[in-house]
Design a binder for this molecule. Structure first.
Ligand code: NAP
Length: 310
């Protein structure tokens, strides 16, 4: 790896990165995909994916991502694991630093995605892993026949609330407004589930517990400001995501929320560096749009390399 010059280095192994890798390796570009932890990205923590075309009846998130990975490697995509620390632009060449090692490449596609946002209330860090979780699919089964809360009102909160009803005695969705952001099909399923209750216009102010884990959540009514305590053994946060682009803050142009700014074709502020998927500022974050983004960035990288050779 050390002495090679790659045509393309892809940072991140979610749907956007794996799609970009499929396209560039199939186009015979020497491509290395670097993943920090587990291939598949956020979809690995999703239960059933019902809106990715081609899978009527849905498919489990991890199963879909294993297929993505196998498919991307059919054309010779190289993969490695490590944390990318830095990216340097030397014009025709870029240097990607991974765990202290420098990798030379002509193009980079950033597909690092996003991670769950923290609420930053007292008790949240202290009880993470002991009742506080950011992934119902990963931790839900630990909460059998006990009441749990989901904080948030988007698609993730709705899907995770429905998933948690398999285990918990009761699932309370705590939402700061009086209207959910989740799509209507999910809202209908929430309404039809007798284990689910929605606490409208409330925020979580504090998480309380003891050596055994979470015991209660202090919530505040946003209209009356009144506080009260809810007995609860689990607090699942689903309050959106933050882009994983902080390591590039001094290299690429980001927006105020930390998303990489690109044009419609995934070009960033540096020629030869592209971004695709949830790390890029865009309207819709779906597996389908990440796949589209990954394909576009790969084709743009190919075009960029062709132009250099002319
Ligand atoms: P999201 O759509 O951004 O929703 C975040 C929710 O958390 C919102 O309801 C928001 O409230 C609430 N929230 C944010 N900050 C908060 C705070 N400080 N305190 C209390 N509540 C707070 O995030 P998401 O649900 O994780 O979804 C992310 C993206 O992935 C979306 O584009 C979503 O459509 C997509 N997604 C799609 C699927 C699917 O298609 N099956 C599944 C999961 C995710 P407000 O509503 O008041 O802003």
């Amino acid at each position: 790896m050390k002495d090679s010059l790659y045509d393309v280095v892809i940072i991140g192994g979610g749907p956007a990165g794996l799609t970009a890798g499929l396209y560039t390796s199939r186009a015979k570009l020497k491509t290395l995909l670097i993943e920090r932890m587990i291939m598949g990205g956020q979809v690995m923590t999703t239960t059933r994916v019902e809106n990715y075309p081609g899978f009527p009846g849905g498919i489990e998130g991890p199963e879909l991502m294993v297929r993505f990975q196998e498919h991307s490697q059919e054309f010779g995509l190289e993969t490695t694991y490590g944390e990318v620390e830095n990216l340097r632009d030397l014009g025709k060449e870029k240097i990607v630093t991974v765990d202290g090692e420098e990798i030379r490449t002509r193009c980079v596609i950033v597909t690092t995605g996003a991670e769950p946002r923290k609420l930053n209330v007292p008790g949240e860090t202290e009880f993470t892993g002991r009742g506080v979780s950011y992934c119902a699919t990963c931790d839900g089964a630990f909460f059998k026949e006990v009441p749990v809360a989901i904080i948030g009102g988007g698609d993730t909160a709705a899907e995770e609330a429905l998933f948690l009803t398999r285990f918990a005695s009761k699932v309370i969705i705590i939402h700061r407004r009086d209207k959910l952001r989740a799509t209507s099909i999910l809202q209908e399923r929430l309404a039809a589930n007798p284990k689910i209750e929605i606490l409208w216009n409330h925020t979580v102010e504090r998480i309380e517990g003891d050596a055994g884990g979470v015991k209660a959540l202090e919530v505040r009514n946003t209209e009356t400001n009144q506080k009260r305590s809810l007995s609860m053994e689990g607090a699942f946060f689903a309050i959106g995501v933050i882009p994983k682009a902080h390591f590039l803050a001094e290299v690429l142009k980001l927006d105020k929320d930390g998303y990489i700014l690109t044009d419609a074709e995934g070009r960033t502020s540096i020629p030869g560096v592209f971004a695709a998927g949830d790390v890029r500022k865009k309207l819709l974050k779906q597996i389908a749009t990440a796949v589209g983004d990954g394909a576009i960035a790969a084709i743009m990288a190919e075009k960029y390399l062709d132009e250099f050779e002319e």
